[in-house]
Ligand binder design. Structure first.
Ligand SMILES: Nc1nc2c(ncn2[C@@H]2O[C@H](COP(=O)(O)OP(=O)(O)OP(=O)(O)O)[C@@H](O)[C@H]2O)c(=O)[nH]1
Length: 432
């Protein structure tokens, strides 16, 4: 059940309960009060009726009896209430028990109280006592004497039965209708208020729920409308603040994570690069050459490895300066790098030594490529670096996987390089 429905139900139930309680209490209280007034008036009227009745007949024994009295009570034209002190005054004679237009009326007498004769013997028991039995002492206490010509001829007790009149019943029905109208009006008012209040409350809470779901989905920066100054508005403002802080710190975290990744990548790159020539270094070459060798053996594919060494490099250093030697190393590295395929592997192996691995390359192609590289190094306009500078390179190329390892192939290439140096330098020696 949604919060809005709960809220409306709570208002509805509270409204109904309040109206039912107030209306019910008022109804019960009023009914009791009306009942007590009616009872008082009825008792007074009964006393007056009995007095008038007995005045007419002198005594209860002289009267036509109970039926006569009941008929007398039922008649609409009753004497005005009489007090004990009114005895002896001239009274309007009560109407006869029967006769007269429209009388007697049908049905029960309007009230029936306990009536006893002057000796407290019950005449009318009102459903409590039997006629003829003595009235108990407790009942005698409240009994009121009926006097005729100065003598007590009967006693009337306020205990009895009252039959509500048609008019009284109409009053009670009108009260019940008013109570039901109040309950219905309260229900309509509660629903209307519930709708009104829950709409504004539900809107903010709905926005908050959507925003939290969105945050859960990854969108940390959320804003919900802040309306009014109540606790819900405070909650919405606090949520906006929290979402903003969370999004900001998440961004900072992401940025620093990115920086760390970048730095790690730079460090990794630095660790596999030669600082002077920017070619890969020996460690990286050894790792990668080993992988290339395994791949070539597994797939029975050709692989050629090369070692190149700048001729008389010590002399270059000595004759032209160490800086010139560095410039030569950088330029040779650039010539080698710019003529490699992406799949080839070239590195500065140390000092003035460079190594190359050509995957998917047979010896003749590798030897031809090396000779081309050697020619390029030789023909580079070194005089632009220094007028008298000349640079050449000797190379050894080896392509037999039977050597067993990449390292062993490199040793074979190194032997061929030695041969190239021995046989005059600026040349490429190779062997299958
Ligand atoms: N400028 C410079 N010189 C270096 C660097 N690394 C090594 N060298 C020098 O390179 C020289 C290599 O000399 P050798 O091993 O005698 O070889 P070579 O003089 O080239 O003689 P051959 O190889 O027989 O032709 C040494 O003098 C090293 O100091 C470097 O990074 N920069």
């Amino acid at each position: 059940m949604s919060l809005r429905t709960k809220f409306m139900l709570a208002l509805l139930l509270t409204g109904l309960a309040a109206v039912a309680m107030v209306g019910g209490l008022a109804y019960v209280g009023m009914t009791k009060k009306v009942d007590s007034i009616r009872r008082e008036q009825a008792a007074e009227h009964f006393h007056a009726t009995v007095t008038a009745y007995l005045q007419q007949y002198g005594s209860w024994q002289a009267s036509p009896g109970r039926d006569g009295f009941d008929e007398y009570m039922r008649s609409g034209d009753r004497p005005p209430p009489l007090s004990d002190g009114a005895q002896g005054e001239e009274r309007r004679p009560p109407p006869p028990p029967q006769g007269g237009e429209g009388r007697p009326r049908a049905g029960e007498p309007p009230f029936r109280f306990i009536l006893a004769d002057q000796d407290y013997r019950v005449l009318l028991g009102a459903g409590v006592y039997h006629p003829g039995e003595p009235l108990p002492d407790a009942a005698r206490k409240d009994a009121r004497a009926v006097t005729v010509n100065g003598s007590v001829v009967a006693y009337v007790s306020p205990e009895g039965v009252i039959t509500p009149s048609k008019q009284e019943l109409q009053y009670l029905a009108a009260m019940r209708d008013a109570l039901w109208f109040g309950v219905s009006a309260a229900a309509v008012l509660a629903v209307a208020l519930g709708l009104l209040l829950s709409r504004s409350l539900g809107r903010t809470l709905g926005c908050l729920t959507d925003a939290v779901r969105a945050m859960h989905g990854g969108s940390l920066l959320q804003r919900v409308p802040v309306q009014g100054k109540d606790e819900v508005a405070e909650l919405a403002a606090a949520f906006n603040d929290m979402s903003e802080k969370l999004a900001r710190s998440h961004k900072e975290l992401q940025d620093s994570h990115q920086t760390i990744l970048l730095q790690a990548e730079q460090m990794r790159e630095l660790s596999v690069r030669d600082a002077l020539t920017k070619l890969h270094n020996r460690r990286h070459f050894d790792e990668q050459a080993s992988t290339l060798f395994s791949h070539a053996v597994r797939h029975k594919r050709p692989l050629s490895v090369v070692i190149g060494d700048i001729d008389y490099f010590k002399k270059i250093n000595d004759q032209f300066s160490h800086a010139t030697g560095d410039a030569v190393l950088r330029q040779v590295g650039e010539i080698l790098r710019s003529h490699m395929r992406l799949s080839d592997l070239v590195a500065r192996y140390g000092g003035e030594e460079f190594v190359i691995a050509f995957p998917e390359t047979e010896l003749p192609q590798a030897a031809a490529l090396c000779d081309k590289l050697r020619g390029m190094i030789e023909s580079f306009p070194w005089h632009q670096v220094h007028p008298e500078l000349k640079v050449t390179m000797s190379m050894g190329v080896y392509a037999d996987l039977a050597a067993g390892t990449a390292e062993a192939m490199l040793q074979k290439a190194d032997a061929l390089l030695y041969r190239a140096k021995e046989t005059g330098r600026n040349r490429v020696c190779f062997a299958a």
